[in-house]
Design a protein around this ligand. Sequence first.
Ligand code: SF4
Ligand code: SF4
Length: 111
Amino acid sequence: MTYVVTEACIKCKYMDCVEVCPVDCFYEGDNMVVINPNECIDCGVCEPECPAEAILPDTESGLEKWLELNASLSATWPNITVKGATPPDADEHKGEEGKFDKYFTDQPGNS
Ligand code: SF4
Ligand code: SF4
């Protein structure tokens, strides 16, 4: 089991999660973060820290695509352990539908 970051993170990127992870297993993309499933120790500490409710345990159904994306993207994106600047329009995208199709990018982050 692992925790995974899902679509709700796209364009929000509040990054409250990255500072609480005891094993520093978050990786940064251009407009979201992901968790490395091989490094996550399933402690669950990050889940309630996310104001967008984007972090879910992979025991929930329908998360196969996101588990694969977290695994593949964390292999290429840079590690992030300190909260960076939240995008000024983050709140506008909170809870928005269809963010993967509209905004997803596999470009690495640089905060
Ligand atoms: S706190 Fe939530 S929305 Fe923000 S970067 Fe972490 S997973 Fe994404
Ligand atoms: S569940 Fe724990 S180990 Fe896994 S990403 Fe969240 S804080 Fe890190």
